[in-house]
Design a protein around this ligand. Sequence first.
Ligand code: GLP
Length: 261
Amino acid sequence: MEIIISESPQDAGSIVADAIQRLLTSATQPVLGLSTGSSPLPVYRHLIDRHERGLISFADARAFLLDEYVGLAPGHPEAYRSFIQREFTNHIDLSPEALFGPDGTSADLQGATEAYERLITDAGGIDLQLLGIGGDGHIGFNEPTSSLGSRTRIKTLTDTTRADNARFFDDDADAVPRHVLTQGIGTILASRHVMLIATGESKAAPIASAVEGPLTAMVPASALQLHPHTTIVLDEAAASQLTLDAYYREAYAHKPDWQHV
Ligand code: GLP
């Protein structure tokens, strides 16, 4: 696990955007895993800017969403597909047919999750999976006690997560869907590179548990300790409860030039 502590959310976003830029310019058919929530927004803003400046193209890329609410009407503004189109993919040259997400409107949700796993496999797997982290340590919508080997499936949100996400539903937690489809922890661990971005004070405790605490299904993000190539990119506030922060800073400051993020 590599821990990078940057000065601001914008700097954290730039570090993640650098890794995505490197992937886009080196792979012939790059496969991205995209996350919603506010944490990755600085990443998307940097990527849109670099695209507008002609530095990167997504024309040959495919992108897979991490998760989706169940039961929101197609095109609902808070559906994660709508979110990612509004905040990111409408502003770049990714083909609309190259954006995939779990189908939370399907009459056969189990079939939809199995189909989604097959789509990812058929694409050759995910090269770089972008993640945020929930206040309770969840990744995607894998709530505490999720199986560390889980694949894409239906989950029930905790009341805490529904309350956290109520801000997107006119502050009405009851309007937040109870069910979601999410890539499993096993699905996330199968991607070749995981980058988790976390910023702000509210992420300090879950980050400390995930990075320095025990591997436990009670903190789903701690499963990333098992992944051979995970990069955790933080701002100062999100890093404020780490005990080995001096070591992480030293390691990053002396990172060999040839060893990219
Ligand atoms: C939701 C999403 C997660 C995201 C989390 C944190 O639960 N399913 O993918 O990481 O929110 O969101 P934010 O970055 O807005 O704090």
